[in-house]
Design a protein around this ligand. Structure first.
Ligand SMILES: NC(=O)c1ccc[n+]([C@@H]2O[C@H](COP(=O)([O-])OP(=O)(O)OC[C@H]3O[C@@H](n4cnc5c(N)ncnc54)[C@H](O)[C@@H]3O)[C@@H](O)[C@H]2O)c1
Length: 359
């Protein structure tokens, strides 16, 4: 058994990960500032989480810890009058600071990076050696943190960056701003799937539980060669065009219609489907990812969740709740809308520190 500190433990991934790691024999403690602490989609076992901003982690917090899994971060676009640097620079600084403390204390550091740093890939599969072309401040931030980790790596420190594909699947703190979850929720509650692009962009996808599995393998791995180990996390069977995801959902939710936002702007009154990076139905972010390296480096690792299985699991949960349109559109399940509302309500400062606790 190892003792693991998970930052961002009350997020979409963290809410599943801490329980997963505990079930797999590790002791877990979580730190989270709590932007989404009250955003439960369904009840689940409580996580052993300390309300704590990642900026305030100190060396003494790492005493007795074997590995830090660093999930804390901001995954949405900047909003209001905040520019990207204001939102992302602090996340880069605290990732580096925590990594430095891990290095000094001999603690393993596992970073939640993203396949989105490939940006525009074309027809060929991109692998860990391919050029990166981040298309958003979010993706650029992930790349910069990887570069910081690379510069920290030496004979005493061998961090791991896991480049997760786009996540899908159930979590007690579900996100409906992720493509598969959004399209499935929309189809279930409205009988329609509204695509914000023409559906042709390629995206790699990975189930939440396969992400947890990759983290477990990273914790157990003996990577120790003084370099940053970079691994794509996912499976080639889940490299899909957005239209393919929609069709898989249509196969599970019979009779739901497919619509394009460009032709039907009235179908997105709440602005939940719109994406500022998609112009006139064209989304330039398209890439297909190779996942051979993770299987080689982590012998025995494989993903257990093809898209159809994950969609079936999601929709079964929607049926049992049941998921209503009002619940699907609740801002608690959309990162940008939730954090923006905390900011507009003056619960958060411009640097996303709490000014007062939300009621
Ligand atoms: N979900 C995906 O598709 C995906 C894909 C690739 C990478 N990732 C990365 O994995 C990580 C987790 O993703 P997620 O989907 O669970 O995100 P999330 O936004 O749901 O959760 C992030 C958590 O971090 C916390 N947090 C933010 N700033 C903090 C701070 N300063 N101190 C302490 N806690 C803080 C938030 O309260 C939240 O609970 C993120 O770094 C994300 O970029 C996610």
């Amino acid at each position: 058994m190892k003792k693991i500190l998970v930052t961002g433990s009350l997020g979409y991934l963290g809410s599943v990960m801490t329980a997963y790691l505990q079930q797999h024999g590790h002791e877990c403690i979580g730190y989270d500032t709590g932007f989404f602490k009250d955003c439960l989609f369904y009840e689940s076992a409580t996580t052993n989480t300390v309300p704590r901003d990642a900026r305030d982690i100190e060396a003494k917090d790492l005493k007795g810890i074997d590995a830090v899994v660093h999930l804390a971060g901001i995954s949405n676009d900047p909003f209001g009058n905040l520019d990207a640097a204001k939102v992302y620079d602090p996340t880069r600084h605290y990732a580096k600071r925590i990594a430095e403390m891990c290095k000094a204390a001999g603690v393993k550091f596992i970073f939640a990076s993203s396949c989105s740093i490939y940006g525009i890939g074309g027809a060929d599969l991109v692998d860990e050696t391919s050029p990166t072309l981040p298309q958003t401040p979010y993706s650029l931030n992930k790349l910069q943190v990887e570069q910081d980790l690379q510069s920290l790596a030496d004979k005493n420190f061998s961090p791991i960056a896991l480049r997760f594909a786009t996540a899908f699947g159930l979590s007690p703190r579900i996100r409906f701003d992720l493509v598969t979850n959004m399209l499935a929720g929309m189809a279930f509650t409205t009988g329609k799937i509204v695509l914000n692009s023409d559906g042709t962009p390629w995206r790699p996808n990975v189930h939440v539980l396969d992400i947890c599995k990759s983290v477990k393998y990273a914790i157990d791995s003996n990577h120790n060669d003084g370099t940053l180990l970079v691994l794509n996390v996912g499976d080639e069977c889940n490299n899909l065009q957005v239209i393919d995801i929609a069709r898989k959902i249509q196969a599970r939710i019979k009779g739901c219609e497919l619509k394009y936002l460009k032709d039907n702007p009235e179908l997105d009154k709440e602005g939940l489907v719109r994406d500022r990076k998609v112009k006139q139905g064209v989304d330039t972010r398209t890439y297909r990812v190779a996942f051979a390296k993770i299987k080689k480096v982590f012998p025995g690792f494989q993903c257990d969740w093809p898209m159809d299985k994950g969609v079936d699991d999601l929709v079964s949960k929607f049926e049992s709740l049941p998921l209503t349109e009002a619940l699907f559109k609740n801002k608690n399940f959309y990162r940008l809308q939730k954090i923006e509302s905390l900011y507009q309500g003056q619960y958060l400062s411009p640097d996303l520190r709490w000014l007062k606790q939300a009621a």
